[in-house]
Write a protein that binds this ligand. Structure first.
Ligand SMILES: Nc1ncnc2c1ncn2[C@@H]1O[C@H](COP(=O)(O)OP(=O)(O)OP(=O)(O)O)[C@@H](O)[C@H]1O
Length: 269
């Protein structure tokens, strides 16, 4: 009987080393060492002000780090390389996508135009100048085909010509996910995708994310602890900017430090 081949690379897709972010005297990120395995669904939880969004901003490049390094393995199964000083746009090209709290949608453009722009934004650099000059039709066809593939993947074909601002709430969520998928990410940072949603909408959105982003590594900030416990492969807990605990949902649920600092014993109920 054939045996499963061993994965040829077990390096983490993302690794932060001693990551620090200070705002003046205040330390929002305090020597965070985080490692994400390729393909995992990781949630990042912690009380308000624990530093979750700040950590996302450091990983995406929206904020410069005060100290420490960020390594990312990117598209090819290569050794992780330092991305700490790369621009946000370069990080997107390397394969770090981000969605939700920072909206990537242009409200005045159609659904299709939004997706096409996102596809173009990452493809531009991948072909040489000569190729782009001599094969414009091929390129146009490729981008159009990829755009249609993504519209189908997120279930927006029937509203492709609708202006984004006119979309129903659920379809707007689909477009957010489509736009991030269009950048062909390896890792997707999802910052409270369900903020302001009802329990049912929350569940539907998370299920959509899981279905559509099945090939990606996900790092999710989510306040619905029940959902986090149910869906995550592993959970990292931040408290006062520090990584307080890390583990499977069961390990986190039974971690006394987490209960004391954050969950107030509610997980066992
Ligand atoms: N640009 C900034 N300047 C000064 N302080 C900031 C800045 N950004 C964040 N902070 C502070 O850093 C701390 C962490 O904020 P952050 O938004 O990362 O927390 P969070 O865990 O995402 O919180 P929440 O769950 O409420 O969204 C907070 O005390 C916040 O006031």
């Amino acid at each position: 009987m054939a045996t499963e081949p061993l994965p040829n690379n077990t390096d983490p897709i993302l690794r932060t080393e001693g990551l620090v972010k200070r705002f003046g005297e205040f330390t929002a990120t305090d020597h965070v060492d985080l490692e994400l395995e390729r393909g995992e669904f990781r949630s990042l939880i912690g009380p308000n002000g624990a530093g979750k969004t700040t950590l996302f901003n450091l990983i995406s490049g929206a904020l410069p780090v005060t100290d420490g390094e960020i390594y990312f393995a990117g598209r090819d199964d290569e050794e992780p390389t330092a991305i700490t000083s790369l621009s946000p746009a370069e990080r997107v090209r390397r394969g770090i996508g981000r969605s939700f709290q920072i909206s990537n949608i242009f409200g005045g453009l159609s659904v299709r135009e939004n997706v096409r722009l996102a596809v173009q934004s990452v493809n531009r650099e991948e072909i040489g100048l000569l190729e782009s000059l001599f094969r414009p039709t091929d390129r146009y066809d490729e981008i159009a085909a990829e755009t249609e593939r993504i519209l189908e993947r997120v279930g927006l074909e029937s509203v492709a010509d609708v202006t984004a601002n006119a979309l129903a709430y659920g379809d707007r969520r689909r477009l957010e996910i489509g736009v991030v998928l269009a950048t062909d990410p390896e890792l997707v940072l999802l910052d409270e995708p369900t903020a302001g949603m009802s329990v049912d909408e929350t569940r539907e959105t998370i299920e959509l994310i899981q279905n559509v982003l099945v090939d990606q590594t996900l790092l999710l900030i989510e306040h619905d602890i029940e959902l986090v416990m149910e869906l995550s492969d592993r959970i990292s807990v931040l408290n006062h900017g520090e990584l307080l605990a890390e583990g499977t949902p069961n390990q986190i649920a039974s971690n006394q430090a987490v209960q004391d600092a954050y969950l107030g014993g509610t997980l066992d109920e």
